[in-house]
Design a protein around this ligand. Structure first.
Ligand code: SF4
Length: 359
């Protein structure tokens, strides 16, 4: 059976080099370390002369990562190209580099392939980008070759605190929600209310009527928690490099702009194409199981909403592709380990946001 993809999803590399910046560059397997080491990178890449690998003890033995210089991989060149790729070909890169930005998940229905939300290439130049269904087999082969298939088979799927559903039922509901997201042409403002209604009807949930004031309060609480965390981190100068400090400052500014805009509610509407992008994000979040990573489905929906809101509120008005580039940066920021902890603690507010946002 062919891997499932979100209808209408496309991707092409934009060559920004963002995938090689501001995040953990690993794990690199022992075999991959050996393969790169055998080329003697210090002889052909000057930055590698001061070291190209970081190794630490983990529960299962040594964990290896590529060293970062100024916030980016030691092998990233000034023109945002990978030096390993340029010299030895794509297959010489570590598996996680080859697989990015694909995310491959195996669930009870088979295999699904999505594009990670920290890559803006899924919308930019969409017309010239290849449909995901044409790329899915290659992504699956890469994931299998590099042990990159995420297996998802929980006994029950958490929807709200104290409310979980058997996964078999959830898979049916997920298929219905995906169908609705992929075929809807309604304005983005109706996306969350429509999803909420379907969930309530399908799962027999007794949800409160949406309360926009409560949604704004919840959104402000999440943004305030992020603002305070970033203020503290920046005061303590925790960033390991000036480039990472600059990235933190940029995100701090975006969070503050989003807080100022929250009075008007969470905005998913935007230039033509942005609504489609927002629906695509939610559909890929569902199919790739990202919406389940935080603390139940509604908290995941809340996180997807606040991420889209920060991008929308802080980007200069522009094309959907420009907004998507900002969204990719915000998404990367929300995956930072300490920011993830803040978001986990803010799960009740994120749930409130998804439960009450009229959007
Ligand atoms: S090895 Fe190449 S593709 Fe992988 S993170 Fe470094 S520069 Fe990027």
């Amino acid at each position: 059976m062919s891997p499932r993809t979100v209808q209408g999803a496309r991707w092409s590399c934009q060559g920004t080099g963002f995938c090689c910046r501001f995040h953990q560059l690993g794990p690199v397997s022992a075999a991959e370390v050996q393969a790169i080491a055998s080329t003697r990178p210090e002889a052909w890449w000057p930055a590698a002369a001061e070291g190209w690998l970081l190794s630490r003890s983990g529960p299962g033995g040594l964990v290896h990562e590529l060293r970062k210089v100024d916030g980016h991989c030691v092998f990233l060149s000034e023109d945002n190209r990978c030096a390993v790729h340029a010299r030895f070909g794509a297959q010489a890169k570590p598996g996680f580099c080859q697989l990015y930005p694909y995310q491959v998940v195996e669930d009870a229905q088979g295999v699904a392939v999505i594009v990670r939300d920290s890559c803006a290439g899924r919308l930019a130049e969409a017309e010239r980008a290849a449909p995901m269904e044409e790329q899915a087999e290659e992504a699956l082969a890469l994931a299998r070759a590099h042990e990159g298939v995420l297996r998802w088979s929980p006994e029950a799927v958490s929807i709200l605190p104290g409310r979980a559903e058997p996964w078999a039922l959830w898979m049916e509901v997920e298929a219905e929600l995906l169908q609705a997201l992929q075929t809807s042409t309604d304005g983005a403002g109706s996306v969350i209310p429509a999803l909420r209604e379907r969930l309530a009807a399908r799962l027999g949930l007794d949800l409160p009527p949406p309360d926009p004031a409560r949604a704004r309060l919840a959104g402000r609480a999440v943004l305030l928690a992020l603002d305070m965390t970033l203020s503290r981190a920046r005061q303590q100068e925790q960033a390991p490099s000036p480039e990472e400090a600059e990235f933190a400052a940029e995100l701090h500014q975006r969070v503050r702009l989003a807080a100022a805009a929250m009075e008007a509610g969470v905005a998913l509407d935007g230039p033509e194409g942005w609504e489609r992008y927002a629906r695509l994000c939610l559909a890929e979040g569902l199919l790739g199981k990202d919406l389940h990573r935080l603390d139940g489905l509604f908290a995941g929906l809340g996180l997807a909403l606040i991420t889209l809101h920060i991008a929308h509120a802080s980007a200069q008005p522009g094309t959907p592709a420009a907004l998507a580039r900002v969204h990719a940066r915000v998404a990367r920021f929300t995956q930072n380990r300490s920011i993830r902890e803040v978001l986990r603690a803010a799960a009740p507010a994120l749930r409130d946001l998804a439960l009450h946002a009229p959007v």
